[in-house]
Structure formats: C-alpha cells, structure tokens
Design a protein around this ligand. Structure first.
Ligand SMILES: C[S@@+](CC[C@H](N)C(=O)[O-])C[C@H]1O[C@@H](n2cnc3c(N)ncnc32)[C@H](O)[C@@H]1O
Length: 232
C-alpha cells in the first residue's frame, strides 16, 4: 500500500517534519479503515466524541451564514444537531460511512441536508467562496495532508467566513504523551493519528489568529475556530 508520507508532494510551507504523525494514511487506507468501522462507528466512537461534536455544531449554529460544508461527515452523527436554517453539504471519502449518513438523513427527515457527496476534502470540486462555514470534526488527524485540508477549506469559504475543527491533538507532555506516541503505531487500524499535533494543521500565524478552546469535561478534544482573512 503506498504511504502518503512517501509520495512526491511539495511539502514546502506545509507542516514541518517533526510535527507530522509518524504514519500517514492515504485515501485507500482511509477507505479501508472506514469500511471496517462503518457498522460499529456510532457505538464505539459516537459516545466518547459526542461532547466535541456538539460543541462544534453549537459554534457553527452561532456563526453568521447558512451555507455550511461538513467535511468527513462520516455516518452523519452531527447532522441532526444543526439549526434548521443551516443548509448542510456533507462530503466524505468513504462510501460506507456516507451510506450510513444517507440512512440517517432519510430516517430523521433532515430537510436542511442539501447534499452528501463522495469527495476528497483536500481537493474538492467546489468553487471558491461557496460556503460561509466549513467544519471538520475528527477529520484533521485522518487526512494525509492536514495543511492542504486547511488550505482547501479556506479556499471554499468566503472571506470573513469561518473554518472550524474539533479534534484530539497530541499532548505536550506527561503520561498522555507517552500513551499517544505508543498508540500511534496502530494508526492504520484505528483510522486516525493519536500522535497528531496542532502544529501539523495550523501555521504559527493561524495559531495566533485562531480561537482555540479545550472541550469540557475532560479536555481531550479541542475546538479550533479560524476566521478567513479578506484576502484568502
Ligand atoms: C473519525 S471519522 C469522523 C466522522 C464524523 N466527522 C464524526 O464526527 O463522527 C473521520 C471521517 O473522515 C473521513 N475522511 C478521511 N479523510 C478524508 C478526506 N481526505 N476527505 C473526506 N473525508 C475524509 C473518513 O472517511 C471518516 O468518515
């Protein structure tokens, strides 16, 4: 299986090597992992991640603008929680996960979900400035090139709009750091990177501009809200 970390991509301006997770997931590895996860994802991961997801959706609901792109929409766990006036477009690489999201939209008659597309969040088909808000929940630590994901979301969000991430980021010390480094060896089976650092996603300048808030109760997840510059 090709490893995205070893493909000849121009990484200049992207995250420095020390911030890269040790084991990158390419698109095929993501699809394979989430084909396995799709049927059990909500049971295994839905509960523990619910606080982070709800916090991100609340933040989206409180921002101006109704055109929302949810990238890595997965099984659609967040979809029922958007305010009815937010018009949601969801994308995901995994058809197996999208199938679950489509079932949810039908079952819960979610009329504000405009579309669910199989699409790569790092290289979407959307025109510039198509959305007011883009949100990625537990996705940044899965994609091969998080900085490319961020650049793509900035492109499709209008100037002055917002890009939000909720994710688990690598601890900066202590036992948690040791555990996360050890767990990183299982990235391919897990389908995400336990050793994903905030700096792999955000530049220093983004970090200065972003609102970065730990999500209670345990602070295991962090919500990042970035407002797009007028010139982006
Ligand atoms: C950990 S799951 C999170 C799902 C959902 N956001 C949630 O909160 O439950 C990560 C999702 O991101 C998707 N994904 C990973 N890489 C992607 C990419 N490059 N483009 C679009 N979706 C991607 C996976 O297929 C998977 O559904």
């Amino acid at each position: 299986m090709p490893d995205a970390a070893h493909q000849p991509v121009d990484m200049s301006g992207l995250a420095t090597e020390s911030h890269q997770p040790k084991s990158a997931l390419d698109a095929e590895a993501v699809r394979a992992a989430y084909r396995r996860w799709a049927n059990i994802y909500d049971t295994v991961f839905g509960g523990i991640s619910a606080f982070g997801r709800r916090r991100a959706v609340d933040a989206v609901n409180n921002l101006r603008g109704d055109r929302v792109l949810e990238v890595g929409v997965g099984t659609g766990l967040a979809l029922p929680h958007y305010r009815a006036d937010k018009i949601i477009t969801g994308i995901d690489l995994s058809e197996a996960m999208l199938a679950k999201a489509r079932e949810r939209v039908a079952r819960e008659a979610l009329g504000n979900v405009a579309a669910l597309h199989e699409m790569d969040a790092e290289a979407t088909d959307f025109a510039d400035d198509s959305f007011d808000i883009a949100v990625a929940m537990f996705v940044a630590s899965v994609v091969p090139n998080p900085r490319r994901l961020l650049a793509e979301l900035k492109r499709v969000v209008r100037p002055g709009g917002h890009v939000l991430f909720v994710n688990h980021f690598l601890a900066t010390g202590g036992v948690r750091l040791l555990c996360e480094r050890a767990m990183a060896r299982a990235s391919h089976s897990l389908g995400w990177h336990p050793d994903f650092a905030l700096e792999a996603l955000l530049t220093e300048s983004d970090i200065r501009k972003a609102k970065i808030t730990p999500v209670p109760p345990l602070g295991l997840f962090t919500l990042v809200t970035l407002q797009c510059d007028d010139e982006t």
